[in-house]
Design a protein around this ligand. Structure first.
Ligand SMILES: [Zn+2]
Length: 449
């Protein structure tokens, strides 16, 4: 099914290829130094009918991303000290090893603990499809924290302590309620989500949900806006944490994209358009992990530019050294090592004679080797400037039948629509969410006028 669609893509590409134009015109010119941020703060407990909307106006100084300030973003070993939350659902054919792989947990002491410590045993004995598992790691892939939803009332928490890891069950039931937020982009996604008090975890989930439609590093423009409905979890009326995005609507450069979470009766979770089309694509738009630092970096003067070198067949994504690089599709490592001007490079082979190349890396993901299978989104290495590079960036190429295509312009094959047997259930669940998005959109417009 996916295979045949990819074939069609490959055939179309030869025609399309000739029409490719430079997309990365220098759009860096005039960023204002100050922006006014308008956002709506809506109490999560409020019923939809009587939502009161308060507008928050905040003046924020935009960060000045000057090249000579970059070292401040990095730690002594040259990597950013950021941490990352990865949210995954257990799949039907998952093993603990495959889940930990997708969560990008690399350090052996964490893996050993999660596999064999008695306190962490629910991970081995109660791994159920559809359950949510989340992990926070640093840029080296070392586990900081992990949460696994054992059932509706119990969460397994794993934390890094001074002398290793510890795990415990959190048994007090959390109450989950939807939170509705709306905001407009003035400088960056995180500036907008900060102003609207939206957690980073939700901002990153939004970027991932729409990652096949929008590259959040490069596509965002002033005036873009979004509405989002997400889970917030409360204990005794106190907000404890945020959960999954339930529905989101993102208007980027005048085009509106919508996503609705659907958990089918078998417990599998996925995002669809309100019409029931899957948002999952076989290739990511951008192989860079979206994070606070990488987003700030490229929204400013480090906007990626398609270099005009004669032999240049790829896209360069400027990003700080250490920014994590994701496999843009499922595939097999066909090259890993030093490759001339590319420096440290990785080539992945994908289905249907497609391949991707990642160049100038500072390091490879620990243990990654030739012949290994990787899944979409898996971290394969970190941005650097090895080989012929004047500054830290990722050089990215996409080849179809051995010919270069512009990864930013290719029409990507989509995954299947919602299964016919679930359509009625999907629409029953999605209709109220779509209504909530529409209401948020109407409120936003009313407050601007
Ligand atoms: Zn390049």
């Amino acid at each position: 099914m996916l295979t045949s669609k990819t074939n069609i893509l490959a055939q179309k590409l030869n025609l399309k290829e000739r029409k490719l134009t430079l997309r990365w015109l220098l759009a860096l010119s005039s960023l204002p130094l100050f922006g006014i941020y308008a956002a709506f703060a809506i109490a999560p407990q409020t019923a939809i009918e009587d939502i009161e909307i308060s507008t928050v106006i905040e003046e924020i100084t935009l960060p000045q991303a000057l090249p000579n300030e970059l070292p401040a973003l990095q730690t002594e070993n040259g990597f950013t000290s950021e941490s990352f939350w990865q949210v995954e659902q257990v799949r039907r054919d998952d093993t603990l090893a495959s889940v930990l792989n997708r969560l990008n947990i690399n350090n052996q002491d964490a893996i050993t603990f999660l596999r064999s410590h008695p306190d962490a045993s629910p991970l081995s004995t109660q791994l159920r499809p559809g359950r949510s598992i989340q992990a926070e790691t640093n840029s080296l892939g070392e586990l900081i924290q992990l949460e696994y939803e054992i059932d509706s009332a119990n969460t397994l928490i794993v934390e890094r302590a001074a002398d290793g890891y510890r795990a415990y069950k959190n048994e007090s039931a959390l109450e989950t309620l939807p939170t509705l937020k709306s905001a407009e982009i003035t400088s960056s996604l995180f500036a907008a989500t900060d102003a609207a008090n939206i957690p980073d975890r939700i901002a990153i989930q939004m970027a991932e949900i729409f990652s096949s439609e929008i590259d959040f590093h490069t596509d965002l423009r002033k005036g873009d806006h979004f509405n989002v409905v997400y889970e917030s979890q409360y204990r005794d009326g106190q907000l404890v944490k945020s959960g999954l995005v339930l529905a989101a609507e993102f208007t980027n450069q005048g085009k509106t994209h919508r996503a609705i979470l659907y958990r089918n009766p078998e417990g599998q979770v996925s995002y669809y358009t309100p019409e029931g089309k899957s948002l999952h694509k076989s290739f990511l738009r951008s192989p860079l992990e979206f994070s606070r630092i990488s987003s700030g970096f490229s929204m400013g003067r480090f906007h990626p530019v398609l270099q005009k070198m004669r032999a240049h067949k790829g896209v360069d994504f400027a990003a700080p050294t250490g920014t994590r690089i994701k496999a843009s599709s499922d595939g097999i490592v066909s090259f890993i090592g030093v490759k001339g001007g590319y420096g440290k490079a990785i080539i992945l082979k994908h289905q249907n004679n497609m391949s991707t190349l990642y160049g100038h890396l500072s390091r490879f993901a620990p243990g990654l080797r030739k012949g290994q299978k990787v899944s979409q989104g898996q971290i394969i290495g970190n941005v650097g400037m090895t080989g012929l590079a004047t500054g830290p960036h990722l050089h990215y190429e996409l080849l179809v039948n051995g010919r270069h295509v512009d990864p930013m312009k290719v029409a990507l094959p989509t995954a299947a629509s919602i299964a016919p047997k679930y359509r009625a259930d999907f629409f029953a669940r999605s209709t109220p969410l779509v209504a909530q998005l529409a209401l948020l959109g109407a409120s936003r417009v009313a407050s601007i006028e």
